[in-house]
Write a protein that binds this ligand. Structure first.
Ligand code: NAD
Ligand code: UD1
Length: 336
């Protein structure tokens, strides 16, 4: 049985589907601090079966222990965490407590129950402002905000756990920019309030909820002056987790693996692709740069291909088409 912490969230819900389709049994653990039970109900309707769910906080070791008592947990996929960069600057203690103390509590309970396999949701944010692109896993690590530092610290904590006990199997998946939605349009990204990230913002402009997109910076040294990122379809990301679990036993040491496509797109290229996919106009205005943003960030995905036999299958058109399918069918997300 696989324990999926944060399994009701955006990436977790998509990964639950891929895990079940690949034949894994799962139990979801979530406190719903940033998600809705509806996402899991919809996952259940897609996979046509019930998924065991435990409502709890990863910092609550008693509830976690109950899960280990009740289910025979072989491995953990650990998505649970807070993820908004701006909010993390306002609430650093909450972020460190939730993400770091939560991971420590989870690992303690895992250790106490002899469960020592974990796939952790890290982020390309741990590369800070990279010296060049594409970014490979051996690049120097740094962070510029509490969210990024929580990811960096957790990576280090997991490395220390391995040093203390080499029977642990640990995979750090460094996601680039997850976007898109399940092809059914039943599950997708449902941000609270005004979206911080590009794709959900564009979707809300296309559906008429927001007037225009503010493009943060038109003077970067990129092909059209706007920032370049490696957008990756959430279904490809979900498959990457299945591959990680399928291969975890054969690895020694802590493996950090990029999950990206290797292809960078500028903000304006994404806008154009979204307009094509949605057949809607996405008005935009170029404004000043956003503090903390970097110019260009895309993966060298060759290590994931080598060790997991994984590579992204979906291109930018699929990402936009599926993001639009979700947005247009659920104009108010799970609150629709
Ligand atoms: P999300 O907010 O949709 O999902 C996170 C889930 O964890 C939510 O369901 C939330 O309720 C739950 N959760 C949070 N704190 C918890 C706690 N203390 N106890 C139990 N459950 C808790 O986010 P997501 O986009 O699906 O991201 C999943 C993971 O991937 C996060 O760790 C995030 O930092 C990481 N990540 C996300 C992105 C991205 O752009 N979405 C990029 C890189 C890394
Ligand atoms: C952001 C986070 C990063 C996190 C990632 C997760 C910041 C500074 N970085 O990355 O730590 O791991 O999300 O997905 O928040 N853009 C606009 N207008 C908008 C929104 C975004 O022009 O309204 C631009 C940005 O300047 C950037 C690109 O779109 O060039 C992507 O932005 P976003 O989706 O927020 O992701 P990142 O900044 O890459």
């Amino acid at each position: 049985m696989i324990l999926v912490t944060g399994g009701a969230g955006y990436i977790g819900s998509h990964t639950c589907i891929s895990l079940i389709e690949a034949g894994f049994d799962i139990v979801v653990y979530d406190n719903f601090s940033n998600s809705s039970k509806k996402s899991l109900q919809r996952v259940e309707s897609i996979v046509e079966r019930n998924i065991p769910l435990v409502e709890g906080d990863i910092r609550d070791k008693e509830v976690l222990q109950d899960v280990f008592d009740k289910y025979d947990i072989d491995s953990v996929i650990h998505f649970a965490g807070l993820k908004a960069v701006g909010e993390s600057v306002q609430k650093p203690l909450e972020y460190y407590d939730n993400n770091i103390n939560g991971t420590i509590a989870l690992c303690e309970v895992m250790r106490d129950n002899g469960c020592k396999k974990i796939v952790f949701s890290s982020s390309a944010t741990v590369y800070g402002d990279p010296k060049s692109v594409p970014i490979s896993e051996d690049f120097p690590l740094s962070a510029t905000n509490p969210y990024g530092r929580s990811k960096l610290f957790i990576e280090e904590i997991l490395r220390d756990i391995y040093v203390s006990d080499a029977t642990w199997k640990i995979i750090l998946l460094r996601y680039f920019n997850p976007v898109g939605a399940h092809k059914s349009g039943l599950i997708g990204e449902d941000p609270n309030g005004i979206p911080n990230n590009l794709m959900p913002y564009i979707s809300q402009v296309a559906i008429g909820k927001r007037d225009y997109l503010s493009v943060f910076g038109g003077d970067y040294a990129t092909n059209d002056g706007t920032g370049v990122r490696d957008y990756i379809h959430v279904e490809d990301l979900a498959d990457g987790h299945v591959k990680a679990l399928e291969n975890i036993d054969k690895f020694d040491g802590v493996k950090a693996i990029n999950l990206g496509t290797g292809q960078g797109y500028s903000v304006l290229e994404v806008v154009k692709a979204f307009e094509r996919a949605s057949e809607k106009k996405v008005p935009y205005k170029i404004v000043g740069r956003r503090e903390g943003d970097i110019q260009s960030c895309y993966a060298d995905p060759s290590y994931a291909k080598k060790v997991l036999d994984w590579s992204a299958k979906h291109g930018i058109n699929d990402m936009c088409k599926d993001a639009w399918n979700w947005q247009s069918k659920n104009p108010n997300g799970y609150g629709s």
